[in-house]
Design a protein around this ligand. Structure first.
Ligand code: LLP
Length: 433
């Protein structure tokens, strides 16, 4: 069994190393639990998307990092340096991006229920695009833009009628989603037409996002085809020219040996062919193509380091290995029963493995990080790594049981640096009155 993270290795001391740095040293320096990430790997992932857009689509596009996967100032600085755009879904993500000096014109603002405060903030800061979710929101955007004397470029969140699940996808009505407006009911057409008549709003694009952790090309090419035909319909029926096509994110990553992701450039290769062919067939200009990867940029770059505490062997039932973190820093098991690979940091290739349950320290029986994890004998004080936790872990972390959130440590060119400090007990009570 190999490790699911490409940049994880075993060094000559026999310890796990990430980006060439021994994880026992990281633990000694920053403590546990800690999120540890390989910065160069994050940067390489950005380049895969950018290079693919250059190669297969003549650079006529932009890769946006969906920052809900991991939002902190450090990551927005990386994205700025790599020439990425970013997708934000709240005033808080927007504020963080701007605090990191991320260029506002490359920020796309999403969300199914943006508040007036958030919209005012986004418009005041001149975000590049707002992705409109529904008609009342469009009216609010238009009114706020008018009040601020601005014109806002918008995309529309469309439900293309494709429901992509892991390992399979179905075409459904899929009207039952809280996100966006439906194609097949005519709702999508109406909102674009309505927007085209507004003074302070310019409709420039259409957007869809068909799901997450997807391992197939077909749902994406089908979505591209439907969206391109929609662009064709808008032109034929209303003479409305749509110049941007945003196909969202959702590209799958390897959490366990069962996952077999496709190389990310293959998605843009396949999609670009469909976009070109429908554009030609329908006589529309080639749109600017946008992709919004989140998980695939950061997930496999990161792991979480824990220290083992109690080891409880329940004969003929199971062995619990409890660690000094849990659902507070990684709620994905309790939420989705997500699977993770784990490894002993000082005995990563240890024989004599057995299946164990890794448990967190929260007062909740369901607070597990993995079941059936193959590990060599583990003892109190040993370091344990849970792999591929770079996405939707720190960003979804909570202070349940008043446990401080771990730090985010970045490794770059053999050096470690803090991206986010460990929370202190004082931080926990900072807003308590
Ligand atoms: N664009 C939009 C509009 C999205 O809603 C999402 C994710 C993305 C892009 C990025 O998708 P990705 O490339 O990361 O799959 N908390 C869940 C994932 C929720 C994803 C929500 N939207 C998890 O931990 O698996």
């Amino acid at each position: 069994m190999g490790f699911v993270m490409e940049t994880l290795s075993v060094n000559k001391e026999g310890n796990l190393a990430l980006g060439g740095v021994d994880l026992t040293e990281v633990a000694a320096c920053f403590g546990t639990p800690a999120y540890v990430m390989d910065e160069n790997y994050i940067r390489e992932n950005c380049r895969v998307y950018i290079n693919a857009l250059n190669k297969f689509y003549d650079g006529n596009g932009l890769a946006l990092y969906a920052s809900k996967a991991l939002s902190c100032k450090y990551i927005y600085r990386i994205m700025k340096e790599e020439g990425m755009g970013v997708d934000v879904v709240s005033g808080g993500e927007l504020y963080t991006a701007l605090a990191a000096d991320f260029p506002a014109e490359k920020i796309y603002f999403h969300g199914n229920n943006k508040t007036d405060d958030e919209l005012e903030f986004a418009i005041e800061k001149n975000v590049g695009r707002i992705v409109v979710d529904n008609l009342p929101e469009l009216d609010r955007i238009s009114a706020i833009a008018e009040k601020q004397g601005k014109n806002v470029k918008v995309l529309f969140r469309i439900k293309p009628g494709i429901d992509a699940h892991t390992h399979s996808f179905v075409q459904t009505g899929q009207i039952d989603s809280k996100f966006g407006v439906a194609l097949e009911t005519g709702e999508a057409e109406q909102i674009v037409k309505y927007a085209s008549e507004l003074k302070n709003v310019t409709p420039v694009g259409v957007h869809c996002h068909i799901g997450s952790q997807i391992f197939e090309l077909a749902p994406f090419t089908l979505a591209a085809e439907k969206m391109m035909n929609f662009i064709g319909d808008l032109k034929d029926k209303y003479r409305i020219e749509i110049s941007e096509l945003n196909l969202g994110g959702g590209y799958g990553i390897k959490y366990t040996d069962e996952d077999d992701p496709i190389a990310y450039d293959k998605y843009i290769e396949a999609v670009s062919k469909v976009v070109r062919s429908v554009a030609e067939k329908r006589g529309v200009k080639l749109p600017f193509v946008i992709m919004e990867p989140g998980r695939s940029i950061v997930a496999s770059a990161g792991l979480t380091l824990y220290t083992v505490g109690a080891v409880k062997e329940i004969p003929d039932i199971r062995t619990y290995i409890s660690v000094d973190g849990g659902m507070g820093d990684n709620p994905r098991y309790i939420l989705y029963q997500s699977k993770y690979q784990a490894a002993s940091v000082t005995n990563p290739l240890g024989k004599d493995t057995k299946k164990v349950t890794i448990a967190g320290k929260c007062c909740e029986s369901g607070d597990l990080l993995a079941e059936g994890a193959e590990l060599p004998p583990m003892h109190a004080g040993d370091l344990l790594a849970v792999l591929a936790t770079g996405a939707y872990n720190y960003s979804m972390a909570s202070n349940y049981n008043r446990i401080p959130r771990p730090p985010v440590v970045m490794i770059k060119d053999g050096e470690t640096r803090l991206a986010v400090k460990r929370e202190s007990y004082e931080d926990l009570i900072i807003n308590d009155l």
